[in-house]
Design a protein around this ligand. Structure first.
Ligand SMILES: [Zn+2]
Length: 435
């Protein structure tokens, strides 16, 4: 298939009249349409307004989608204990499947093609199955909690680690390697030392498995870890083996100099979740400092109860604006820097090679956006548009691994006025049935 339109191939490369050629699961050509079209004349052509790499959600809780709006105006520990953990504990297998589907549909409809997904303690297999069926690329993991967890979510460390290993053996590398495993302790507050060290042992025993957890999000969380261990949160994770190039730490809002040195020295990835950090009043992560130190930064929506959407475009805008305000410097987070976090930075954190840009030989994870909108007029700079003006519902087409997983007619191709028949906008190719 040849996808034609304005192409943002990566943070530094835009083709105003461009094309992306896809064969099976791979991009085989990207460039000016005039230079790639003749060589691929046998490919069916789809016309779009604006094409972009699929975005990477560096920290998501798909299964919290059913808790959207249940816990506004609270801070992290109360938000968890009073609202989110009881909600997660109440979900049976069928509800977990529905919750995960809701999360993945929102991701795919709004332009996220890869997600690092923090599931729940129970029924994680239902979310793995949903991810496989709906076509998202994902780094998923069952949550580990063996202390300070409510009834229904607390397991003992051995039980939690055993079920982690069973899930890992069943799903790591599933769906042609579109699904990979992350060992996922919830956070140091709710995991014993045995549980955290056990997470590291499992990750070391399997090729390509990662570790994903929360760290240093909130002052009360950090004080709790300090009271338990005598160490700062990131220092403690480092002590028990949970830093390194295979580790993704969500948030890292409040870190001291030593912790930042640890993150940089170990190659640990950080996921910046600006909407969540603002909504839970957690604070402002020192992202510009992390980038200056060479730390890889991904971008994440976190979960619907703390965001309250999984729109990656809103997240890019918030990501930039919050750093500008923090530094009182408009130049610290231009569109290129934020787009890198939302694509290549996220892919590095998720541990997927050849994902996060439109390049020959890379994975065919491509999205298309409608720009026939008053909000997109005029459109001088496609990259600026993606970061500062686009919304998730501008996305009309999502391809993951060469499969079309979302295909909505653009506004331009919809009838200008609804017809009197009940079908209205129906009857077109809308839907998820193409896999
Ligand atoms: Zn989270």
């Amino acid at each position: 298939m040849l996808l034609a339109g304005t192409v943002v191939a990566d943070p530094d490369t835009v083709y105003e009249e461009g094309a992306v050629v896809v064969d099976d699961d791979e991009i085989v050509a990207v460039g000016p349409r005039s230079s790639v079209e003749d060589a691929h004349a046998d490919h069916p052509v789809r016309e779009f307004d604006l094409l972009s790499p699929g975005l990477v959600g560096g920290h998501v809780h798909s299964v919290q989608s059913v808790g959207r709006g249940i816990a506004d105006d609270t801070a992290l520990l109360e938000w968890l204990a009073e609202h989110v953990l009881p909600m997660e504990a109440s979900l049976g297998r069928e509800e977990m499947r529905t919750a995960a589907e809701l999360g993945y549909l929102e991701l795919l409809e709004s332009g996220t093609t890869t997600a690092i997904d923090h599931l729940s303690v129970n029924h994680a297999e239902a979310a793995f199955e949903a991810a496989i069926d709906l076509g998202v690329r994902g780094r998923l993991g069952k949550v580990l909690m063996d202390k300070r967890a409510p009834e229904g979510l607390r397991e003992d460390a051995e039980e939690a680690l055993d079920s982690t290993e069973r899930l890992l053996e069943a799903y790591h590398g599933a769906a042609d390697d579109r699904i990979r495993y992350a060992v996922t302790p919830r956070f140091a507050v709710s995991c014993t030392e045995a549980c955290l060290r056990g997470a590291r042992e499992i990750a070391d025993r399997y090729d390509g498995v990662r570790i994903h957890t929360h760290a240093s999000e909130n002052a009360d969380e950090i004080a709790t870890v300090e009271a338990d261990t005598g160490m700062r949160n990131v220092e403690w994770l480092h002590e028990v083996g949970l830093t390194g190039e295979d580790v993704v730490l969500a948030h890292c809002v409040h870190t001291d100099e030593r912790e930042r040195e640890i993150l940089a020295e170990t190659g640990t990835h950080v996921t910046y979740c600006p909407s969540s950090n603002m909504k839970l009043a957690s604070g402002i992560a020192p992202i510009v400092d992390y980038l200056d130190r060479g730390i890889d930064v991904a971008l994440g929506n976190d979960g619907p109860p703390c965001n309250n959407t999984l729109d990656p475009f809103t997240e890019m805008k918030q990501a930039s604006l919050l750093q500008k305000v923090d530094r009182l410097d408009p130049e610290v987070t231009p569109a290129q820097v934020v787009f890198e976090m939302a694509t290549l930075g996220g892919a590095r954190a998720a541990g997927f090679e050849s994902v996060g840009a439109l390049r020959p030989g890379w994975k065919a994870d491509v999205i298309a956006l409608d720009t026939d909108l008053t909000r997109a007029t005029p459109l001088y700079d496609p990259l600026s548009h993606l970061v500062f003006a686009a919304h998730g519902d501008d996305v009309t087409f999502t391809m993951v691994d060469g499969d079309i997983v979302y295909d909505e007619p653009s506004a331009a191709s919809r009838p200008a006025t609804p017809t009197t028949s009940a079908s209205g906008r129906d009857g077109s190719q809308t839907g998820f049935g193409s896999r």
